[in-house]
Design a protein around this ligand. Structure first.
Ligand code: PRX
Length: 658
């Protein structure tokens, strides 16, 4: 580990080598943009939308606020997202530029040019159309990290069929729940996925989900043959992806859609037991992924960009499928896991593919720090990382010491570390340093991007001065914001524009504080019942519902506790229908419940710890006292007032580890 003191290390971008032609050239240019956005908000967004997107029919209206908070942007404009990501690069000399360098789990590398990617997307889009799938139909995607994943998403965009990608780590039940909610007509999946040398089923999970019922509209299941592993086959419904592609021509007229046409619905966790389908638009969303590729990542023609996220999350949508292709970048896509065959995999891949911009999650960094401490051969210094020029992080707060290590050991002290704050709902970066512009401070995502009007308010919506922590809000709508929650507009309105704050502020769901001197933002964590485990967003209520669905369980409460590697760890407090298990049985029942949660939601939701008590600590009015459970989970002595708790003795039981 570096010996530099985290609190005193303040690299000044002025000390960093000049970047090759930054999109925003220094702080005065940043301030000019912020100013432009403030003084002529609509003109600012209209200018960006004209510069970054290719329109079939230009828009004449920039923003329609008449039905706020259901905002519409550029809504009389017509375009196609896949055309913007592919076709327009074919005529500007980039047809033979590498679009994707795909590295499989076993190290096999496949590259594909923009011309080839375009052809594959067209073939696949034609095949979907031939099966009657078109404008407005929802298509479920349950695929591993692959070129095929991008082809599938782009093909849906090409025919105007909103996709809904589900992360391959979710269970059949989770997939089913999302499929029913979104009303899917087709599913695109693979036989199996390969991760860390192991094959994991996908198609059989789709079969299981479809057997649960309520999915009669699903008439087609397209299967990408990844491993050749044996799968069940339904002749009336299933078809091979390669056979579809082989049978089709390599051009396909895009479906020209209105700017507000939903590009996709992506499910994420909130503070209720059911995940919510975050609906994004076509133009506003694509605009911001393209702008932020330029501003935050300063993307240049010769860059090799690598975002390690999965396409099942928003980061994989914005900074794998859409952003990099919209700007015609070359990017790496990786099938496997960072620790296989060893924890030097990321560094080895950066060296081999000459990656210049690397974007990953703090959890990955923390686990690789740990690994390199115990095995020097996987330390980043052992690899030639000289191609790197920018480093980014996303998904959770990055602690200053991990930031430091990333900057020094991976970036060699040369590369700015961009701590990007944003959410599934925001579509792209909201608060993030800009290379060559922002003086960096480890642990802070620094300043909002131009056009993003972020503030911190109290519980009544009153803006707080710098130095005082409160709720992070966005005061003005922006083009890439979610449009609604699929089939649940009221959940959108109440959840994101709560009446308590006046109904006109977007509530991010995070706490934040601004530095008194610099005005920099630091995110202090979620203010709702949402956990962030290894950068994966999980609702405590979802896990509680899964646990209480088990026949053994009477009550369950789930909280997060800080964890060195995963950021937060899931701790479940459980009351069984039968007696509290004796020490010998507790472990076995805990394992059983963990496996159950894995089946109900997916392995990512398995509690790290499960603790048993005779009853839940509750107030006299029957409310579970979560603040006490959080303290218990952290192993803190209960020094708080327990006089309102009806049964304080159970706190002692819950303090026991199993
Ligand atoms: O709590 C914030 C945290 O992740 C949440 C959004 O999660 P999700 O919608 O899954 O999107 C993750 C990828 C964009 C936020 O509400 N979060 C995200 N980025 C940061 C962060 N917390 C602190 N610092 C960040 N840079």
């Amino acid at each position: 580990m570096s010996t530099t003191n985290a609190s005193t290390y303040r690299p000044d971008p002025a000390d960093l080598p000049l970047l090759r032609g930054t999109a925003i050239d220094g702080m005065p240019a940043y301030e000019a943009l912020v100013n432009e956005a403030q003084t002529d908000r609509l003109g600012f967004w209209a200018r960006l939308a004209r510069e970054h997107l290719t329109w079939r029919r230009p828009f004449t209206r920039v923003l329609d606020e008449s039905n706020a908070p259901f905002f519409k942007w550029f809504d009389d404009g017509v375009l196609n997202a896949s055309y913007n990501c592919l076709d327009r690069h074919l005529d500007n000399g980039n047809a033979n530029k590498t679009a994707i360098i795909f590295e499989a789990d076993d190290g096999t590398v496949t590259t594909i040019t923009y011309l080839e990617l375009h052809a594959r997307v067209c073939r696949f889009a034609n095949g979907l159309r031939e099966r009657g799938i078109g404008l407005g139909d929802r298509v479920m995607i349950y695929l591993p990290m692959s070129i095929e994943g991008v082809v599938a998403m782009q093909a849906c965009a090409r025919i105007g069929a909103p996709h809904s990608v589900v992360f391959g780590g979710f269970s059949a039940k989770s997939l089913h729940e999302r499929m029913v909610d979104v009303g899917a007509v087709a599913v695109i999946t693979a036989d199996e996925q390969m991760r860390g040398g192991k094959s994991l089923p996908l198609k059989s999970i789709v079969d299981e989900a479809l057997a649960m019922g309520g999915t009669d509209d699903v008439h087609t299941v397209v299967v990408y043959r990844r491993t050749g592993g044996s799968i069940l086959w339904d002749e009336t419904r299933d078809c091979w992806l390669h056979e579809i592609e082989e049978a089709q021509p390599d051009t396909c007229e895009p479906e020209w859609v209105g700017a507000e046409h939903p590009l996709f619905v992506l499910y994420t966790s909130g503070s209720t037991g059911t995940p919510k389908g975050v609906q994004h638009s076509t133009a506003g969303y694509l605009l911001w992924t393209s702008v932020t590729m330029n501003w935050t990542f300063d993307i240049q023609p010769h860059d090799v960009f690598w975002c390690t996220a999965d396409i099942g999350w928003i980061t994989g949508h914005s900074y794998i499928c859409y952003g990099p292709t919209a700007v015609g970048a070359t990017q790496v896509i990786f099938e496997g896991v960072p620790t296989w065959p060893n924890a030097g995999r990321f560094w080895d891949m950066i060296a081999r593919h000459k990656v210049s911009i690397f974007y990953t999650a703090p959890t990955a960094i923390r686990s690789l720090i740990k690994a390199s401490e115990s095995d020097g051969s996987v330390h980043p210094r052992r690899f030639d990382l000289s191609s790197l020029r920018l480093l980014g992080t996303v998904g959770e707060p990055i602690n200053p010491s991990a930031w430091q290590w990333y900057a020094q050991e991976v970036g060699g002290g040369r590369c700015p570390v961009l701590d990007t704050f944003w959410q599934t709902e925001t579509g792209g970066h909201m608060i993030a340093p800009l290379p060559g512009v922002t003086r960096l401070v480890p642990g802070s995502c620094t300043l909002p991007l131009p056009g993003i009007d972020a503030a911190i308010v109290d519980e009544t919506g009153v803006e707080l001065p710098n130095g005082q922590g409160g709720l992070l809000v966005i005061k003005q709508p922006w083009p890439s914001m979610l449009r609604t929650i699929w089939a649940n507009p009221e959940r959108f309105r109440h959840g994101y524009y709560p009446p308590e704050l006046g109904g006109n502020l977007y509530l991010a769901g995070d706490g934040a504080i601004r530095d008194p001197e610099t005005g920099y933002f630091t995110i202090t964590g979620r203010i709702d019942d949402v956990l962030n485990v290894s950068g994966h967003r999980m609702g405590t209520m979802e896990i509680e519902s899964a646990l209480t669905a088990n026949p053994l369980v009477s009550e369950a409460a789930v909280v997060g506790r800080p964890d060195e590697t995963s950021g937060e760890a899931i701790v479940a407090f459980v009351v069984l229908k039968g007696p509290r298990p004796a020490d010998g049985d507790a472990k076995q029942i805990a394992d059983q419940l963990r496996a159950w949660v894995g089946k109900e939601i997916g392995p990512i939701a398995k509690p790290k710890e499960i603790r048993f008590g005779d009853s839940m600590p509750k107030t006299r009015s029957g409310k579970v006292v979560r603040r006490l459970l959080r303290s218990v989970a952290k192993g803190e002595a209960i020094s708080q007032d327990v006089s309102t708790v009806e049964n304080p003795a159970v706190l002692h039981q819950f303090s026991q580890h199993t």
